[in-house]
Ligand binder design. Structure first.
Ligand code: COA
Length: 339
């Protein structure tokens, strides 16, 4: 019998420090930069975001999201044989944040007298804001081939560390957070829960429109280590590719827009989400929106939004959920799931 993969639990985590627009606007004013709550809400839909404190790492947020997802799936750390972390803000240059997370999960399990997660597969995926969709696609493939049985697929970011707070066009857009799902291999069963189709792409000619150009060389950061973006170029590309990947993934699953119960898009900008929904003829009442509360948390935004909608009862078992991401690279893609 053919194997499929299905989501059996979701979890998420946010740092303690809330940063509403008013506080950010006040911080910008201290630097002589003019902005306003009205401008930010009108152009982006963002009202609030969260920033980590100085001692908090991507793996810390990821750990909290994973513990919640494991609990929702009624699993233990020792049940997990694959961890994929989508992030562009890893704890270290290497090893991967996934291996650091695996050890933190093991320590948390051992503190409860349970075995840990050592020995399984663990690696990071770097596809910026499309990272979670990429990671879910890779995990689905590994589970369907029997390479692993049960995965934690995580999006976790501390984008606040990459922001230039002297650039008002970018620093108002991003926040920190993490989201995770437990993905399990199971035998295919008709209309049962499963990842129905995936679709991922990249086009490297657009590297320059959204990037952190710097790198480490000989003990120094060489080049610009902060996020740079051509907002209008990103906007135009995003709306186009989000429509094409949504149509592609639906076609692969032999479904149409009318079969979608929920669109869970990357939470970059409410206007990009509205544009995508309009093109797919989906009402905004079918779109999960958290960008107002979290800002753009890059690879974390889709699993964070999914977890919110699962926990508040909007997303229910049996429903069809279309997740789609777009981001630096340029990368984009989607995953269609029956919950
Ligand atoms: C960034 C973005 C919100 C800017 O909106 P926009 O409508 O394109 O605005 P513009 O860049 O044309 O700027 C309009 C004006 O607002 C100003 N402005 C920019 N940021 C501002 C801020 N935070 N507060 C007040 N004014 C601001 C600009 O300087 C410009 O002023 P000017 O006309 O005097 O030159 C929009 O382009 C966007 O959302 N792009 C996609 C970004 C994204 O989602 N990236 C992540 C993808 S994963």
């Amino acid at each position: 019998m053919a194997l499929v993969s299905r989501i059996t639990g979701t979890g998420s985590a946010l740092p303690a420090q809330r940063m509403p627009n008013a506080d950010l606007v006040a911080m910008l004013a201290q630097r002589g930069l003019d902005s306003s709550d009205d401008w930010i809400v009108d152009r982006t839909g963002i009202r609030n975001r969260y920033f980590v404190g100085p001692d908090e790492q991507t793996s810390d947020l990821a750990l909290r999201a994973c513990v919640a997802a494991l609990e929702a799936a009624s699993c233990k750390a020792s049940d997990i044989d694959l961890i994929i972390v989508a992030t562009s803000t890893p704890d270290m240059v290497f090893p991967s944040t996934a291996t650091i997370l695996q050890h933190k999960l093991t320590l948390a399990a051992q503190a409860k007298g349970e075995p840990g997660a050592a020995g399984g597969v663990a690696f990071d995926v770097q596809a910026v804001c499309s990272g979670f969709v990429y990671a879910l696609t890779v995990a689905d493939a590994l589970l369907r081939t029997g390479t692993a049985r049960r995965a934690l697929v995580v999006g976790a970011e501390v984008f606040s560390r990459l922001l230039d707070f002297n650039d008002r066009t970018t620093c108002v857009l991003f926040g920190d957070g993490a989201g995770a799902v437990v993905l399990e291999a199971c035998e295919h069963s008709g209309d049962g829960p499963a990842i129905l189709a995936t679709d991922i792409h990249a086009d490297g000619q657009y590297t320059g429109i959204l990037c952190v150009p710097g790198h480490v060389r000989g003990g120094q950061v060489v080049g610009d280590p902060l996020l740079r973006m051509d907002g209008q170029a990103v906007f135009k590309l995003a709306v186009g590719v989000l429509e094409s990947t949504a149509r592609a993934v639906l076609a692969k699953a032999a479904l149409t827009e009318s079969d979608v119960d929920w669109l869970v898009p990357h939470q970059a900008n409410i206007r990009i989400m509205q544009g995508t929904a309009r093109k797919l003829r989906l009402g905004m009442d079918k779109v999960v929106v958290t960008v107002d509360q979290h800002g753009n948390t890059s690879a974390a935004s889709i699993p964070l939004a999914l977890d919110c909608a699962v926990r508040d009862g909007r997303v229910r078992p049996g429903q069809v959920v279309l997740m789609e991401g777009v981001g630096g690279g340029f990368t984009w893609g989607s995953v269609l799931v029956r919950m």
